[in-house]
Design a protein around this ligand. Sequence first.
Ligand code: UDP
Ligand code: MG
Length: 318
Amino acid sequence: MSKKMISIIIPCYNEEATLPVLYEELKKLSVQLEAYDLEYVFVNDGSSDRTFSMLTEMAKQDEKVKYISFSRNFGKEAALFAGLSNAKGDYIATMDADMQDPPSLLPEMVADLESGEYDNVATRRVNRIGEPPIRSFFARCFYKLMHHLSDIELVDGARDYRLMRREMVDSILAVGEYNRFSKGIYAWVGYKTKWIAYENVERSAGETKWSFWKLLHYSIDGIVNFSNVPITISSYLGLILTVISFIAIIFEIIRALVFGDPVAGWPSLVCIITFIGGIQLFCMGIMGQYISKTYMEVKKRPHYIIRDTNCSEAKKNN
Ligand code: UDP
Ligand code: MG
């Protein structure tokens, strides 16, 4: 019987400092998992450092090393999508390049899949040590909000580090939407998931690529992609305010008829006008979010553009 294949997908954006360390770990893995064929699918997400030349160098010496290099930075989601589209394995893992997703956990995850009980093994961190407290705070808020706003269940602290069966990956690829929020898509496709918890590990080298604003943007993406609640709230808000103002108008008319109409209450009027104006803008903003998502979706632009690859079947444009 031929060996099963495990693909490990690694998105890399300016990871020249971490790649050598990671590669050593992967080599150790290949010894531990010698019962399997391994391939490492590195996706170079438009790095401006030496990541690409390091990858081509590694590929020359090791046929397990596959690389897909983008024409510019398309973001981690696009990189994951490219990796999943081109991985050939029966089992497919996604892993960060910075060793925050410990490669040493993989054999355990493979064993879990082999037991046949699960379709994928996912990881979550039990703590957020080493992360700025403010970032942890907002992350927690995001998960709480998501829990209320959306049908899908996101797990707090879930990483993008997973090992999946081919069937699950095919289902994920079938979700071809342009605005990708992987954590949501994983939850949406379902399948049986085993969760493994581990302590947070700090980056082996280099800097995180996620600024506060990038994360905020990402969480708004997550909410808009997996929930229609905000837009429903905005229409209810509109309805409630209309009813309130209607009652207020009747009240004013009666008051004017009974007590005459002294010119008063103009500061309160200004307050009300700005209040309503604010709410209107807010609701328009929410609508705008959905419209802009729809706009990107109907344009049907490719998720990424490949500039260079050694994956034989990788389509140059996808
Ligand atoms: N990454 C990417 N494209 C980007 C940003 C990040 O491919 O635009 C990769 C990065 O190289 C790393 C992974 O995504 O392998 C996670 O990034 P990072 O470690 O910076 O995020 P954090 O762990 O701080 O959430
Ligand atoms: Mg990281």
